[in-house]
Each structure stands twice: as structure tokens, then as C-alpha cells.
Design a protein around this ligand. Structure first.
Ligand code: IVH
Length: 707
């Protein structure tokens, strides 16, 4: 459905098409030809209207075209295609969204907060690609739209599926909803490849958002906090008819799965998308260096009030797609892009109270409870005070007037207190020496900013937080065990340790009689739990919530140890500082001494040993399956790089080796299969020779991986 037009451009008279007779007079062949023509014409008008902002037909005439197509489809139902413009409203409401696995994961972006981060980004890219100073490096810059990302899949030119980002691997099927967004073409011209996924942002302009909220208020319905929430709430409607009435728009900015390349540069992708009827974020530029990017960022920041939609920064993308391919990904974000955020927005408010929150690892975090205040469109009523030292340094007190700030998704923070407005009888905040959750002593280790509760799993805050982490999306991913339920189950003693989750079935009968629960919800929960008895080692390790072990480190550990028994066996021998097992752990690329200490300490702790034993009794933990890789001579082998490489940077060589399924280690041991020695290789080369490890030159390595 089209939005009402508010542009005052003079419309040219409708194009003369063959005078349409009554639909009743059409035979099936003529009807088919006309339906086709009408669809094409309506699509063309949609492009003219949304992309060029230059409608070439009056509203009434556009509606007439649509009505005629509807009449034809009604008389000849076999002509009514699923993607017809007439289907843009009114599909039957869904019960829940189906899940969609993305053919190519939808990743996030690394952030840059200041000019130095941008200079570093450009330098890092140049270094990775081993570009000499004389070689140009173009980088495209465009606004970062504050909306909701979405992937649109076209097959043979037709929109067949639309999915939200979800966790990046799996999103929700919002195809019916997306079909109602008129700036999204249903059909692409013939030159589009057979498979094409267009990724971009569903968003709402500020003006449309304000109008929507006003209308919602009038109808006594829910108002949205900001355009982003408005867009998300409108797209994720089970009844696509509601989405159709919401003023959603779409900007295309990236590709997912494609059967053949459509351009050689990021700028080329933008141009091609526009030709096919998509809008792309504006303004945009291609800059030759960090200085150009920073200048563009400044310009866009200045123009922000005049840009009709919310931006939360500028995205920089290496322009050459060939370079993008070489740069690849690190963890969950591309090396070839970064989001340069806009500076934080600030506001003044007062501190009603200071409370202490206890996190999963027992850290006590002071949090300011505030008089609610609007900061850049979001109502903020809590802000973090980080830790004891920060709180003391800023000397924030209950009752103070303070400046708070938020930047993008970052947790709001208290910047400073306005001490001239402070009341005379205010006193500094006394940081507690005991955990407010369990009464155990709270301690601060030397050199650490954090104060921690020593209560371990007897502390409900830690246990509940740990359990919540255990079932979270990237860990066991158990739907239906939200924080509130976990807390209730904890209080009632049903759930104390992770393994208890897999014994919840014992309580099935009593659960069914709980308030708000029934046969169905208990059944669903138990089913979700059962489905997770079999779990990959990488998720399992991540779920344990070991300090400093996020998803990427958990994967590295899983990759190196492959099975849980092997991991536990190795960990058991590590308390000896000189043990080979400890050396092996430290040789894993990117695992430094601090992370290694946390890992070792976790597995040495008796409480944790018990937790692991209990879990092993309940679960089938699958050996780590490597991501699908092209089998090569180095798949499964351990490789160490040393010395200076000349054809590619060390980072690129490492990334390439990992993509081929090799393990990259930081030091040579008897487990190493290959040492790739560049120029000026030193002690590692010596050690490899002593241990009889195969030593390769850079060229030999390249020949090996090219097969
Ligand atoms: S490019 C591989 N360009 O920002 C990632 N993302 O923080 C390709 N976003 O999930 C993303 N505007 O939802 C790109 N012009 C833009 C964007 C943009 C907004 C969002 C997107 C992404 C998130 C990452």
C-alpha cells in the first residue's frame, strides 16, 4: 500500500494505455497479458515514486491501476501470484513467526568511537592487505541507519523470503509483512541474478514516527519510544495487515547470498540496487583515506537535524569487493567495515538512589536510579556507575544533579555530578563490604577494579545470572526459560545448578498447576530442553560462563580440544606451571596468559568440577564440528607462522589457514605440523628444526594451500 503523498510536484497526466474495457469482457489470454502489464506498470510507478521521488502518475490513477489488477485477479484466480502488488495487505494473522536460517550469516559491525579509531581502522586494513603507501585504498562511507536489519531473498527476480537478523544465524520469517512495504520491489528486472539476497534496514522517518505515535495515542494504543522501536514493532506484527498500515521504508546496503556477482565495488552494489528500485542510504561518498572519512562523518553529524530519519553513526566499507573477500571476518564482524558512532547524547537529571547489582561472575556494579529523562529519544531511568573507584572518583551521591549520557546501544552512564547544585547534608556513597544478594563478603583483588561477591553458587544473583547465561541464545538457546522463571525456580529450589535444567521433567505435574502454566506450556518447555541434550562443545564451553571466555574463545578452545573428555583431561594436568598441557593452552592463538589463568582456575574449582560431572551425566556433548571448509592439505593440521611474510600479511595468512580448517598456534610444539617461516625467522624456526617439524617457505605454503 502506498503512503498518502504529500509532495506538491506537478503530476504528468497518466500514460495512455489501451483503453481498458470491462474486465468481464476479457478472455483468459488477454487477462493474463494485461495482469502482467499492470504488475510491471505498478512496479515502475513504485520505483518512480519511492526511488526518484518523482511520481509520474496521479494517486487516483495509480489506485485505478491497482483496482483493475484486483478485478482481473478476482475473475481469474489462477492469475493471482503470491507476489502481486494486490497482495500487499491483509494476509491472515500468524500464530508465531517461522524461523529462517540465513544462507550467509548476518553479522554485526565493529565500532569506532573517535578519529583515532578510524585512522587505526584504515591502517589495519592497509596492513592486512600489505598495501604499499603508494597503493590507493578507496573506502565507501554512508549513514548507519537506526532501524531493524532485514534480509530479502529474490529468486528468479521474485521476492520469495524476507527475514529479520535474529541472532545472525537464524531470524524470523517476515515475508508477508515485508510485502506490504512499498519501497521494497516485489520483482526485479531480468538482469538480476537468479539468487540475490539484498540486506538493509527497515526504518521509519521521524515525521512518520511522530504521526504514527499521535494516531496511536488518539486510539488509546501503545506509543513507541523512538522510530527504531516503531519500525521494529511494526515489522514484527503477526498480522501483516497491521504492518501494512505502518509507514515503513527500506534502505539496501549489503548483499547476502548471490548466485553471481553484481558489481566489483560497494559503490557498484549501491548503484545496481538503485537501478532495481531500492533506495540506498544517503548521503554517501567514496574517500581515499581516513581524513576523508572523518570529514564526511563531521559533515553528516552536522546535517543530522535535516536528515529525515535517525542515524546513529556512519559506516565505512572498503570499496573493492575483492579486498573485502581477502579481509574476511573476525569473530562476528567483517574486517572490511566499521561503524563510526556519533558522540554520545547527554541530559541532566537527579539521582534518586544508588543500588548495587550483582552479575553472573559476582561483580558488584553500582547503578544510579534516576528521575526518568529523555536522552536522544530514549527514556533513561538507570545508568551505570561502573565500579567502586569510578563512583568514588566522580563522587556521585544520592540526591545529586548529574549529567548522564548514552551512545547507541551502550548502557547509559553517569558522566559527572553538578556539585554546585548539591544539597549541604549529602554524604558520599558508602560502597558495601558484603554482597547485598547473599550476605557473603565482597572482595577486591589486587590490580582489579571489580569488587566481587565470594558466595559463588550460593549467591542467588550469580547463580540466576549464570543459569540465564547458560540458556541464552548463543549457549544452550532454550526458549521459555526467561530470567523471571529462572529466578522463581531458583527460589523454589527446582533449579540450583545447570544440570537441574535437564531434570525439570521430574516437576512436570506440579508445574502444570502453576499460575499461567498449563499442559501446553510445560510440554513446550520440556521439549525445548530435551532438544538441547545434544550440544556442540563450543556452545557448551561458552555456556559455562568462564570469565573472559566469549563465543570466539570458546570456539578456539573447542577447536583445539575437540572433545570434552580431552579438554577435562588436559585441564586436570595444568596446575603444574611447566606442564606441557599448560604450554599447549598458551600456544592457542589469541589465548594470552590472563585468559589461560581464568580457564585453568575455572576447571580447577571443586564446585565447577561437580557442575561439569552432573552435566556430563545428563548431556551428549558433541565433538566440535569444524565449519564447512574446503578440504585441503592443511585441514585439521596445526600451523605456526613466524618471520615476515612478503606476499600477504601475517593476519591474512592466519585467516586463510583457519578458513581452510587449520589450527593456527602462536608457538611451536610437538603438536605443530607446519612452521611457515618468513624472513628473519628466529627462535621458532630453531625450535621447529629441533623438534623435526616441517618448515615451509611462504611460497611453499601458498603452493600447499592452493592445492
Ligand atoms: S553494513 C556485515 N551498512 O548496523 C555487516 N549496516 O551494527 C554489513 N546498519 O546489523 C552491515 N546501517 O543492521 C551496514 N549503512 C549500513 C547500515 C548498517 C545500519 C546496521 C545493520 C547491522 C548493524 C551493525
Amino acid at each position: 500500500m502506498r503512503k498518502p503523498r504529500n509532495c506538491s510536484k506537478t503530476m504528468s497526466p497518466p500514460r495512455k494505455s489501451a483503453t481498458p474495457g470491462t474486465v468481464a469482457a476479457l478472455d483468459p489470454f488477454k487477462a493474463e497479458a494485461e495482469a502482467k502489464r499492470l504488475r510491471a506498470e505498478i512496479s515502475r510507478h513504485d520505483i518512480a515514486y519511492h526511488q526518484n521521488d518523482a511520481p509520474d502518475i496521479a494517486d487516483a490513477d495509480y489506485d485505478a491501476l491497482k483496482r483493475r489488477l484486483e478485478a482481473i485477479e478476482e475473475k481469474f484466480p489462477h492469475l493471482a501470484t503470491a507476489d502481486s502488488p494486490t497482495k500487499k495487505v491483509g494476509a491472515a494473522p500468524l500464530k508465531e513467526f517461522a524461523k529462517v536460517r540465513h544462507a550467509v550469516p548476518m553479522l554485526s559491525l565493529a565500532n569506532s568511537f573517535d578519529d583515532e579509531d578510524v585512522t587505526d581502522f584504515v591502517a589495519r586494513v592497509r596492513k592486512f592487505l600489505l598495501l604499499p603507501d603508494s597503493a590507493p585504498l578507496e573506502i565507501l562511507a554512508e549513514p548507519k541507519i537506526d532501524g531493524l536489519s532485514c534480509s530479502l531473498r529474490y529468486e528468479d527476480g521474485r521476492l520469495v523470503q524476507a527475514a529479520t537478523r535474529g541472532d545472525g544465524e537464524e531470524g524470523e520469517d517476515v515475508t508477508q509483512n515485508v510485502r506490504t512495504i512499498s519501497s521494497i520491489p516485489d520483482m526485479l528486472p531480468n538482469d538480476a541474478p537468479p539468487v540475490l539476497e539484498v540486506r538493509g534496514e527497515v526504518y521509519m522517518t521521524r515525521a512518520d514516527f511522530a504521526a504514527l505515535n499521535a494516531a496511536q495515542l488518539e486510539r488509546g494504543e501503545k506509543v513507541f519510544a523512538n522510530p527504531r522501536n516503531g519500525a521494529a514493532g511494526s515489522l514484527r506484527q503477526l498480522d501483516a495487515g497491521i504492518t501494512a498500515r505502518r509507514p515503513l521504508r527500506f534502505f539496501g546496503y549489503a548483499l547476502g547470498d548471490v548466485s553471481s556477482p553484481i558489481a566489483a565495488t560497494q559503490e557498484g552494489i549501491r548503484q545496481q540496487l538503485r537501478k532495481w528500485g531500492f533506495e540506498t542510504p544517503t548521503p554517501a561518498t567514496v574517500a581515499p583515506d581516513a581524513g576523508g572519512l572523518i570529514a564526511f562523518h563531521k559533515k553528516v553529524y552536522g546535517e543530522r537535524p535535516d536528515i529525515p530519519y535517525d542515524l546513529d553513526g556512519v559506516v565505512y566499507k572498503v570499496n573493492s569487493l575483492e579486498y573485502q573477500k581477502r579481509l574476511g571476518y573476525i569473530s562476528r564482524s567483517p574486517r572490511w567495515a566499521t561503524a563510526h558512532k556519533f558522540p554520545a547524547e547527554q541530559a541532566e537529571t537527579t539521582v534518586n538512589d544508588i543500588i548495587i547489582q550483582v552479575g553472573r561472575t559476582g561483580v558488584l556494579t553500582p547503578v544510579a536510579e534516576l528521575a526518568p529523562v529523555n536522552v536522544g529519544g530514549v527514556i533513561v531511568s538507570r545508568a551505570t556507575l561502573h565500579n567502586q573507584d569510578e563512583l568514588a572518583r566522580k563522587d556521585i551521591r544520592v540526591g545529586d544533579h548529574v549529567i548522564i549520557q548514552r551512545a547507541g546501544d551502550v548502557i547509559p552512564q553517569v558522566v559527572r555530578s553538578l556539585t554546585d547544585k548539591r544539597s549541604e547534608n549529602s554524604v558520599p556513597f558508602a560502597f558495601p563490604a558484603i554482597c547485598p544478594e547473599c550476605g557473603s563478603i565482597a572482595l577486591r583483588e589486587e590490580d582489579e577494579a571489580a569488587t566481587r561477591c565470594t558466595g559463588g553458587l550460593v549467591c542467588p544473583a550469580q547463580a540466576v545470572e549464570r543459569l540465564r547465561h547458560f540458556v541464552s541464545k548463543h549457549a544452550f538457546d532454550i526458549d521459555g526459560l526467561g530470567e523471571r522463571i529462572i529466578k522463581e525456580f531458583w527460589d523454589e529450589g527446582i533449579l540450583r545448578a545447570p544440570a537441574d535444567i535437564f531434570r525439570i521433567a521430574q516437576h512436570a505435574e506440579s508445574l502444570k498447576t502453576r499460575d499461567g502454566w498449563g499442559e501446553l506450556s510445560v510440554g513446550n518447555l520440556l521439549e525445548a530442553i530435551e532438544a538441547r541434550r545434544s550440544i556442540g562443545l563450543d556452545r557448551f564451553i561458552y555456556a559455562l560462563g568462564i570469565r573472559q571466555v566469549g563465543q570466539a574463545t570458546a570456539r578456539k578452545l573447542a577447536l583445539h580440544y575437540e572433545t570434552l573428555p580431552h579438554l577435562l583431561h588436559e585441564m586436570a594436568t595444568m596446575l603444574d606451571v611447566d606442564s606441557p598441557a599448560r604450554q599447549h593452552l598458551l600456544s592457542i592463538d589469541d589465548i594470552g596468559p590472563a585468559v589461560a589463568e581464568d580457564v585453568i582456575a575455572f576447571f580447577a574449582e571443586p564446585q565447577n568440577k561437580q557442575v561439569l560431572a552432573d552435566l556430563q551425566a545428563e548431556l551428549a556433548i558433541q565433538p566440535f564440528t569444524r565449519p564447512a571448509v574446503t578440504e585441503s592439505a592443511v585441514t585439521g593440521k596445526t600451523v605456526v607462522f613466524t618471520g615476515t611474510l612478503s606476499k600477504m600479511s601475517r593476519d591474512e595468512a592466519k585467516a586463510q589457514a583457519e578458513a581452510l580448517g587449520a589450527k593456527v598456534a602462536g608457538s611451536v610444539s610437538k603438536n605443530t605440523q607446519f612452521l611457515v617461516a618468513g624472513e628473519d625467522a628466529g627462535s621458532k624456526l630453531k625450535k621447529a628444526t629441533e623438534l623435526g617439524v616441517t618448515v615451509l617457505t611462504e611460497d611453499e605454503w601458498i603452493a600447499l594451500v592452493r592445492g
